[in-house]
Design a binder for this molecule. Structure first.
Ligand code: SAM
Length: 286
């Protein structure tokens, strides 16, 4: 068996096992060779790499990654896919399937036990209903991850990749770009999947910086400030930050002046550097 990424090969294996697609688990399988190659190239998968895949489906992407990487650990929630994966991954002894919900997995433990401590790359065509929680879990839980290359809904990729003062720029852009350099790797219109989803997709690359570019002294406060600033997009910073409940309005006025940020600006105009600077000054004043 070679590639699984044709409509025919996918249909055949799914039918053979009597598999029924689950909409609620976000099961839209990729059937485009070109995009698969772009995902693997975008993640610069090479010999020695340790990869975590979330939601291998029938193993289409898993097989191609296993041809290049040292090991691929694929976490799949749907037990009905396990016998299929057993068959499609039979020739690849550097793959391991874990039948779990990724949101409940202790990723650091998995990396220690199955990928000799990492570092790892997260490469996946993600189930859309939990894209953001998965990405944030990998970024926030101190996991030794160097690159995240994932297929997500186009609009989510646009938000992760957005620059200040654009309509897509928001708390997600800041959260992701606080840790990573972002890159659009490939576009994947809906016809590249079966069954066809109702939305188009984009593969985004998040390359985690080795050296912190932005440094918030109190990261919890930094994210709280970002959330407050974007919470009420039409409000000025003076008003949105006052409602954060950390400092009163008069003090926020002083803090903004000290930070050199005009109190009438809106959150969506602030760069990540400005958010970090601002939250550091708030931190000094609480
Ligand atoms: N990788 C395959 C491909 O590209 O064709 C399938 C991708 S499909 C968009 C998403 C996959 O994630 C499905 O196989 C689905 O069963 C799985 N999945 C959904 N929720 C999950 C969860 N919480 N944990 C692990 N896998 C999950």
């Amino acid at each position: 068996m070679d590639r699984l990424s044709s409509h025919r090969a996918t249909k055949d294996i799914v039918d053979k096992h009597g598999f029924k697609f689950s909409k609620s688990l976000g099961q839209n399988f990729l059937i485009d060779d070109n995009v698969i190659d772009k995902i693997i190239d975008g993640a610069r998968v090479k010999e020695g790499d340790k990869v975590i895949e979330v939601g291998p489906g029938i193993g289409t992407l898993t097989r191609e990654m296993a041809k290049r990487a040292e090991k691929v650990v694929a976490v799949e929630i749907d037990k009905n896919l396990i016998p299929i994966l057993k068959e499609t991954l039979a020739d690849f002894d550097n793959t391991e399937v874990v039948n779990e919900d990724i949101l409940k997995v202790d990723i650091n433990k998995l990396v220690d036990e199955k990928l000799s401590g990492g570092p790892v790359k997260l490469i996946a065509n993600l189930p859309y209903y939990i894209t953001t929680p998965i990405v944030m879990k990998f970024l926030e839980e101190d996991i030794p991850v160097t690159d995240i290359v994932v297929m997500v809904q186009k609009e989510v990729a646009d938000r992760m990749n957005a620059v200040p003062s654009t309509k897509d720029y928001g708390a997600l852009s800041v959260a992701v770009q606080y840790y990573c350099d972002t890159e659009i790797v490939a576009k994947a219109p809906r016809h590249m999947f079966i069954p066809q989803p109702k939305v188009d997709s984009t593969v985004i690359g998040l390359h985690i910086r080795e050296e912190r570019k932005y440094k918030a002294d109190n990261e919890q406060l930094f994210f709280k400030t970002v959330k407050a600033a974007f919470g009420q997009r039409r409000k000025t910073l003076l008003n949105s930050l006052s409602s954060m409940g950390v400092l009163d309005k008069a003090k926020i006025k002083e803090v903004l002046a000290e930070a050199g940020i005009d109190e009438k600006r809106r959150g969506e105009t602030l760069s990540i550097e400005e958010f970090a600077h601002l939250s550091n000054i708030i931190n000094k004043n609480i």
